[in-house]
Design a protein. Structure first.
Length: 393
């Protein structure tokens, strides 16, 4: 199978990506996973995300961060600030189904790649623009990485800050990857609309909007009730059956007993305190557990400290309604057999055989996708793509 001949629901769809860092390339990466032929336009210096290879200290022989968002694409180097380069870009997009970019709107206008221009040239084009703060308003052209627009300004960081503690830091690309997969779905919806209408359209989203939707539970509560629930502190949880605990070997786990009548009895039994279920016991009712939360959490802490997490896992398994999950470290996640069973790992062909990577988070059981190749070298397919354009003229 050649790199152009993908499998999956997007097989045969031509995508041109003008993306930098993570969010735009993540969108193109999901579409490539789903089978699209994604041509990645890069400037002579390359996508700055290629610098991840040396960003964390000693230069590394591989670039797994860049690989995740760029596998299966073809790279062409074009200087879009030149007349010749701009014309090549136009030719590529004139023949494309989808254009994806996360370059700021004013920058796109300067090089003649604004939505109005490209849609006039190719009325069937799906023009996908991913920005920091949206396409309208005073901050439409404000610079933003996901830690600014998705994490800080959206309110996520503030809502996760424990009283008296510093603001939490997000992990790399959290907002970029969530908006990338969402935007791939939006582009797919626009392609479906084009199948019926024959017309392309501008499709847009932003890191800010994705962040706000991520905490929509809280923000819609503020809109509807004028209030937001306080940040969870494990020593103050009104329902101690939704809390994290530490086993005797130092490994942590989370109990998720949302429904009191259903989930409290198995918890009381697994920790060896069936008397807590007696009618006149202080913990028998949800109100009693809330009023005595600190005491109950302390008692649960002492009990859980007596056994390892694996030992508790075996005990929890005796109760079908004992809902819980381990708090995994990265190596534990990657070695969790359920990760592979859930399709979370994928083997990507490379020059040596294959390399294991994280999969994009959707499967199509009637039109399954499979990765084609690792991320392209800078400009690896420039001559090949130019030859294709020459053949099509």
């Amino acid at each position: 199978m050649s790199m152009r001949e993908g499998s999956g629901p997007m097989a045969g769809v031509k995508v041109v990506e003008l993306g930098v860092w993570v969010a735009g390339p993540a969108t193109g990466g999901v579409l490539a996973d789903w089978g699209a032929d994604v041509v990645k336009i890069e400037p002579p210096a390359g996508d700055p995300a290629r610098s991840f290879q040396s960003m964390f200290g000693t230069p590394m022989p591989t670039n797994p961060v860049f690989e995740l968002d760029n596998r299966g694409k073809r790279s062409i180097v074009i200087d879009l600030s030149s007349d010749e380069g701009r014309q090549i870009g136009y030719e590529l997009i004139d023949r494309a189904d989808v254009f994806v970019t996360n370059v700021r709107a004013d920058g796109l206008e300067r090089i003649g790649f604004g939505a109005a221009t490209l849609l006039q040239r190719n009325p069937r084009l799906i023009y996908g623009h991913l920005s920091g703060y949206g396409l309208e308003g005073d901050d439409a052209n404000r610079a933003a990485y996901d830690i600014a627009a998705f994490w800080a300004r959206s309110g996520i960081a503030g809502l996760l800050q424990a009283p008296g503690h510093p603001l939490p830091f997000q992990r790399g690309g959290m907002g970029d990857h969530s908006v990338g997969v969402q935007f791939a779905g939006a582009i797919a919806a626009a392609l479906y609309s084009r199948e019926r209408s024959g017309e392309g359209q501008l499709v847009s989203t932003s890191l800010f909007r994705q962040g706000v939707y991520t905490i929509g539970f809280d923000l819609n509560m503020m809109l509807g009730w004028g209030m937001v629930s306080k940040v969870g502190l494990r020593t103050e949880m009104g329902n101690p059956a939704i809390n994290n605990y530490t086993a005797g070997d130092g490994k942590q786990f989370w109990i998720v007993g949302l429904e009191g009548a259903r989930h409290w009895p198995p918890l009381a039994r697994v920790v060896g305190h069936p008397e807590w279920l007696e009618e006149d016991a202080p913990y028998a009712t949800p109100m009693g557990r809330a009023q005595n939360a600190a005491q109950l959490i302390g008692e649960l802490d002492r009990v859980f400290a007596t056994k390892s997490r694996d030992e508790w896992a075996a005990i929890f398994a005796t109760e079908p309604d004992m809902f819980w999950a381990p708090v995994n470290e990265p190596d534990e996640v990657l070695n969790d057999p359920q990760l592979r069973a859930a399709g979370g790992l994928v083997e990507v062909p490379d020059e040596f055989g294959s390399t294991t990577m994280i999969a994009s988070p959707a499967d199509f059981h009637g039109t399954p996708w499979a990765p084609r190749w690792v991320a392209p070298a800078l400009g690896e397919h420039t001559e090949e793509i130019l030859a294709e354009l020459a053949d099509e003229r």
